[in-house]
Design a binder for this molecule. Structure first.
Ligand SMILES: [Zn+2]
Ligand SMILES: [Zn+2]
Length: 51
């Protein structure tokens, strides 16, 4: 088990952010981009893909 630095949840797997080094879970970042949600701050308007 590992603990997500972002949300504090215990999860099976965490990913390490390449920007800030935070250990984030799949809900708190983008494993494909290797960035946590804090560093994935693309302020683009085209964010409808999550809907
Ligand atoms: Zn998390
Ligand atoms: Zn980060």
């Amino acid at each position: 088990m590992a603990t997500c630095t972002i949300c504090g949840e215990e999860v099976e797997t965490t990913f390490s952010c390449k920007m800030c080094g935070a250990d984030y879970c799949a809900n708190c970042g983008d494993p494909d981009e290797n960035v946590c949600t804090y560093c994935n701050g693309d302020e683009e308007e085209e964010s409808f893909e999550d809907l």
